[in-house]
Design a protein around this ligand. Structure first.
Ligand code: MG
Length: 381
């Protein structure tokens, strides 16, 4: 197995990837994080041979942290280290450039950064179609589908079924959700994840992003992608074959499984994750309440529109979630801000990375304006 470059090394995915690297005895040759921090310094001390990069220079000198690259270029350069596997655990559309850089270098990308495919799906697809690089999903749902599709290359697949936990507000009405605080929304029932993805799980924006991600990863039309609520998060997702047979992937909600599989694929090696016991487990499924959670239908809509629309959806969400976590807008305003931004900017064709980044920047500005409007309305109200 190749040495690893880990982006988002101080985050939830990055830390678990490093645990897997230690478990498998893999070399770590690159580490990147959003800014210099004592956490990054501590991690770097454990991997003295690794090159370091940060997105932002930060304000203070961090003891033990020297000689690191700064900026998006430095991170993409790290991602393109020849003969490595990239763990892309960056949060947000900033993850797209390193994904493309790693693929173009012929590397395997273990992709946890779903925004690479949401914002730049057409570009990533084009790069893979040129026959360079390899993309293995780390997102638990997509890893499950990827695993279900193994050995089925000649088979008819009717549809893929993404499971959703439903988040902390499953069963709530919209008036009930109007008063939700950041603290409440950060309590995910089954998965322990980073801040933005936890909020995205509460609004179901995350599932919407995953629908678009699945479309680009596996090439299914949006009509072939279903979402079902499964509160226990044990069935990670499923595939319905042409004969009606459903193949699913089960296990504890533990990201170490999909991270490790993306590293060892096609091999399966012993894992530090706890094993799941079927006996005594009750698994339930229910439809998504699409009225209470309009983000899902909005995601299908922008996915079908294609072009720049999914990148706008994602960028607006990044802005709206930050505004919600700052207490500037309410919980329901998150999807409202996204919806307005998407309506205002529509969709244009995207030809290259620069056009995706331009759309992303424009969507952030428009979303900031809508968030400011919601914020003022809130203060008046
Ligand atoms: Mg997921």
């Amino acid at each position: 197995m190749n040495p690893l470059v880990v982006l988002g090394a101080t985050g939830s995915i990055g830390r678990q990837a490093l645990e897997i690297a230690d478990h498998l005895g893999l070399e770590v040759v690159g580490l990147a994080a959003s800014s210099p921090s004592p956490e990054l310094s501590g991690i770097a001390a454990s991997y003295p041979g690794a090159r370091l990069a940060v997105a932002n220079p930060g304000e203070a000198q961090i003891p033990g942290l020297v000689g690191f690259g700064v900026g998006a270029e430095a991170i993409s350069e790290l991602a393109a280290t020849p003969g490595t596997t990239l763990i892309n655990g960056i949060v947000g559309s900033a993850g797209l450039s390193p994904t493309l850089a790693a693929l173009r270098a012929g590397n395997r990308v273990a992709l946890a950064n779903k925004e690479s495919l949401v914002a730049g799906g057409e570009l990533v697809r084009r790069t893979l179609d040129e026959g360079v690089g390899e993309l293995i999903p780390v997102d638990s749902e997509h890893s499950a589908i990827f695993q279900c599709l193994q050995g089925e290359s000649g088979s008819e697949v009717s549809r893929i079924i993404l499971t959703a936990s439903g988040g902390p507000f499953r069963g709530w009405s919209r008036p009930e959700m109007a008063q939700v605080t950041a603290e409440q929304a950060l309590q995910h029932p089954t998965w322990n994840m980073g801040g933005r993805i936890t909020i995205d799980s509460a609004t179901l924006v995350n599932k919407g992003l995953e629908v678009i991600e699945a479309h680009h990863l596996f090439g299914f039309s949006f009509d072939q992608i279903d979402v079902v609520v499964h509160p226990q998060s044990i069935l990670h997702s499923a595939v319905e074959m042409g004969d009606g047979a459903i193949k699913g992937h089960l296990g504890n909600p533990d990201m170490r499984h999909p991270i490790q599989y993306a590293i060892t694929y096609p091999r399966r090696l012993d894992s530090p994750a706890e094993r799941f016991s079927l006996a005594g487990s009750a698994l339930t499924f229910e439809p998504v309440d699409r009225t209470a959670f309009p983000a899902l239908d909005l995601a299908f809509e922008v996915g079908r529109r294609g072009g720049s629309a999914p990148a706008v959806f994602n960028a607006a969400d990044e802005v709206a979630v930050a505004a919600f976590l700052d207490g500037r807008i309410g919980f329901l305003d998150i999807v409202e801000v996204i919806s307005r931004t998407v309506a205002q900017l529509g969709s244009q064709p995207v030809s290259d990375l620069a056009s995706v980044l331009a759309v992303d920047a424009e969507a952030r500005e428009v979303a900031e304006d809508f968030a400011a409007t919601s914020s003022r309305a809130r203060q008046v109200g």
